[in-house]
Design a protein around this ligand. Structure first.
Ligand SMILES: [Mn+2]
Length: 332
């Protein structure tokens, strides 16, 4: 591998960032999902192999279902700023799977302002203020897919742990290879990762068959809130803080329910309004057909893709529900 800077290659910006920083912190979006954690773990192993000093620091804890990717406990939680590296001005920061620096929780306050350099690697459609130090390909199925291609361009070896993390991110973000951005390339990459030893069934089992009983209880409560609008073309579900507490469940354990209404032929948009334990509301939106839900999310300071987007709000749940339904009126 050449250490000379290559200005013409597809990944030259991120490659050069890696070459000029010997100490690198990795982070990803709040409530990190399979692609966020998969990206962090995959890049971690590659950077360590390149001789870098690497830390993964997230604002929110990883879900239990992703612990198999991090058996060595390399992911640190930013809940105690005393554990931060001493001289942050010597460190570079790579932000994965979001292009919104407001979407990395406390990392945006405690780390981002103090590092010498930072870089965004992501596949979401842009929100408002996109910084220039970025590599964003919104056609990519996942950040993990981009990372695989970066590693290939850099000609670095992908170890088993890294391969398994990449595969998990791709499976998660493509809904197991069925969402619109799943391409022949996605399958080719998956094939390579399986050749490196990844067992698809093992990944599936960890990510999708490790729900707790409390999560099932929470899901039954959320599904019971299902209501229909616009002649049964729009479905709304909600999860309140009190439901999470009553079930002794975790905030993200009902997440997949947003996809359930879309299983009906008639439903074109699925809305999921959920409060976290601090009472802060997140509105997630999914669509099929030609309804661009990213536009709605962007109006409220969020972002995402045409068929999958979301935003956070301090407004009450009922108010946001009415506002979002109003925005959808033009389609029906
Ligand atoms: Mn992603």
């Amino acid at each position: 591998m050449s250490k000379t800077e290559n200005k013409n290659s597809r990944f030259s910006l991120i490659t050069n960032f890696i070459y000029r920083n010997d100490k690198i912190i990795l982070t990803a979006h709040e409530t990190p999902d399979g692609d966020a954690i998969g990206s962090e773990i995959a890049l971690f192993h590659v950077l360590v192999k390149l001789g870098k000093e690497v830390r993964i620091i997230n604002a929110d804890p990883s879900g239990l279902r992703y612990k198999f990717l991090d058996t060595d406990g390399n992911i640190e939680l930013l809940d105690d700023i005393n554990t931060l590296p001493e001289h942050l001005s010597n460190w570079g920061l790579v932000i994965l799977d979001t292009n919104d620096t407001e979407n990395i929780g406390l990392v945006s306050k405690e780390i981002l302002p103090f590092v010498r350099d930072f870089f965004i690697l992501d596949h979401h459609e842009g929100g408002g203020n996109i910084v220039t130090a970025n590599h964003i390909e919104s056609e990519a199925s996942s950040t993990c897919e981009l990372l695989y291609e970066l590693f290939t361009e850099m000609k670095v070896d992908i170890c088993f742990d890294s391969a398994q993390a990449l595969f998990t991110g791709i499976v998660y973000d493509t809904g197991s290879f069925i969402y619109p951005k799943t391409t022949a390339k996605t399958f080719k990459i998956a094939e390579k990762l399986v050749q490196l030893g990844v067992q698809p069934n093992k990944v599936y089992s960890h990510v999708y068959e490790s729900n707790s009983i409390s999560s099932l209880m929470l899901q039954s409560k959320v599904l019971a809130t299902l209501e229909f609008h616009f002649n049964q073309h729009v479905a709304v579900q909600q999860m309140t803080k009190s439901m999470i507490i009553a079930c002794d469940a975790n905030y993200d354990e009902a997440d997949t329910l947003i996809n359930t209404p879309l299983k009906s032929h008639d439903i074109l948009v699925s809305i999921f309004l959920k409060e976290n334990l601090e009472g802060i509301l997140r509105c997630s939106l999914r669509s099929k057909g030609n309804i661009d839900v990213a536009v709605i999310a962007q109006e409220y300071g969020g972002g995402g893709h045409k068929t999958a987007a979301g935003f956070k709000s301090k407004l009450p749940l009922e108010e946001i529900k009415e506002k979002v339904l109003k925005k959808l009126e033009v389609y029906f």
